[in-house]
Design a protein around this ligand. Structure first.
Ligand code: AMP
Length: 301
């Protein structure tokens, strides 16, 4: 199979100029922000983006702003050659692959360095934001820059990082940003483990144990389908399953309103997430179940 030619752009202003030209020519632009080390989950976002836009831009950038000093920024997996090959076969049009120094120049002369933070109050300090202070500020700041460089009409984010997607939706709504945020279902391995660039950190034993997260979500599914609506009950039952693993260390397991990430005590008409963050050895994994109740109808995904 011959791969389509893919354009690799490193300069933020060059991407902005190219996108301006594309828009002038009436092209609809879709953006998929990633940190690289691509897997099928990322590629499902690219596929969706391609099906809904004339031009698909994928950013590959390990964003230092969203890592705390004690986190895995340095050792985060990077393999641009494989990523660009995968993106070319997936039919993406442009890869935006900026350098840290160009996006975030250091303050060599006072006032000349990067000094802006975009912060969504409230939601960005809950759950993931509580455990990783400042993480979401790093995310919203980079996503803003990516929106401004790509001039995207549509942006695609994974449900796997549901809180991140909800925070970006809130930012776009509050700031009236002219981009539509699309949330795409989680792609899973054959045994149900959510695909993640960090899964490669898991030892064979941790990898085998990590499937318990999917079992927890499935058990919650069964309980909700059988009519259980009290979060406390669902969480107590599902936590029992998690405790079957001797190595799973729960950071949190909660049922929250989908738009605010505030705890929901009872599932009534509305949208919710059951969110889990769990450590297996040194690796933190996230997963979630989307829950929507409309009268007698229940949507679980
Ligand atoms: P990352 O490179 O981990 O920052 O992820 C880039 C985008 O891909 C984010 O919007 C993630 O939510 C999304 N993503 C990560 N894993 C998956 C998955 N298993 N299925 C679908 N989307 C995913």
């Amino acid at each position: 199979m011959t791969e389509a030619i893919i354009q690799i752009i490193r300069s933020p202003l060059e991407l902005q100029a190219v996108s301006k030209e594309l828009r002038k020519n009436g092209k609809q632009i879709g953006l998929v922000p990633t940190m690289g080390a691509l897997h099928q989950g990322h590629l499902s976002l690219v596929e969706k983006c391609k099906s809904e836009n004339d031009i698909t831009i994928v950013s590959v950038f390990v964003n230092p702003l969203q890592f705390a000093p004690n986190e895995d920024f340095e050792k985060y997996p990077r393999d641009f050659e494989t990523d660009s090959r995968l993106l070319a076969s997936a039919g993406a049009d442009i890869i935006f692959f900026p350098t840290v120094s160009e996006l975030f120049p250091k303050n060599v002369i006072a006032g000349n360095g990067f000094s802006t933070t975009v912060k969504v109050d409230g939601m960005s300090t809950l759950l993931e934001g509580e455990i990783r202070p400042g993480h979401f500020d790093g995310v919203t700041t980079i996503v803003n820059i990516l929106f401004n460089c790509s001039l995207a009409d549509n942006a695609y984010f994974g449900q796997k990082d549901a809180q991140q997607a909800a925070i970006i939706q809130k930012m776009v709504k509050d700031l009236l940003m002219p981009v539509k945020v699309n949330i795409i279902p989680t792609m899973r391995e054959h045994d149900g483990l959510a695909m993640s660039s960090r899964n490669i950190y898991l030892s064979a034993h941790e990898r085998a144990e990590a499937v318990i997260l999917f079992k927890v979500l499935n058990h919650a599914r069964t309980l909700i389908n059988s009519g259980v609506r009290k979060s406390e009950l669902i969480l107590a039952e599902t936590s029992k399953i998690l405790s079957e693993s001797s190595i799973a260390k729960i950071d949190y397991i909660r049922i929250v309103h989908a738009s605010s990430f505030i705890d929901a005590e009872i599932l009534s008409n509305g949208k919710y997430y059951l969110v889990i963050a769990c450590r297996f050895g040194a690796t933190r994994l996230l997963d979630n179940l989307f829950i929507e109740i409309i009268g007698d109808k229940i949507i679980l995904q």
